[in-house]
Design a protein around this ligand. Structure first.
Ligand code: FES
Ligand code: FES
Length: 154
């Protein structure tokens, strides 16, 4: 039997009827058609499915969709401003060549956002720690770290 989940998605209130067993990733991709969030491992290991829940990173592939009721979810689609301009972190990723195949990028960018919101001038160690849950199979870590550092104005 379906249940209603009501939450804020990228700043807009939404209310959706879903099967209670759905993961947040399935809700976002299959019901809300927000395909920026990627499915890699599907087991909470790779970070490709990272989204922000009340500003903190979560792996949406293992997060029950019903548990976002009353909360704020941000996906990569919510990071641009009202005019569609890229967020400074996204611009830095482009500028520093931190995107190769791009599969890890939405999760990396959102982890970087959570980090910079909490620690606006992170050390390199803090940056490495901040993206530790996000795997890049193209091994572009150096450029990713440089991009996050640049986005923090360092
Ligand atoms: S797809 Fe969720 S952690 Fe890998
Ligand atoms: S850019 Fe390809 S997985 Fe990171």
């Amino acid at each position: 039997m379906k249940q209603t989940v009501t939450f804020n998605l990228n700043g807009e209130p939404v209310s959706v009827e879903i099967e209670p067993h759905l993961t947040l990733l399935q809700l976002l991709r299959d019901k809300m058609e927000l395909t920026g969030t990627k499915e890699g491992c599907g087991m909470g290991e790779c970070g490709a499915c990272t989204v922000l829940l009340d500003g903190k990173t979560i792996n949406s592939c293992i997060f029950p969709a019903m548990e976002v009721d009353g909360k704020n979810v941000m996906t990569i689609e919510g990071l641009t401003d009202a005019q569609g301009n890229l967020h400074p972190i996204q611009k830095a990723f482009i500028e520093y060549g931190a995107v190769q195949c791009g599969f890890c990028t939405p999760g990396m960018v959102l982890s970087a956002k959570a980090l910079l919101d909490e620690s606006p001038k992170p050390t390199e160690e803090e940056i490495r720690h901040g993206i530790a849950g996000n795997l890049c199979r193209c091994t572009g870590y150096i450029q990713i770290i440089q991009a996050i550092k640049a986005a923090s104005g360092q």
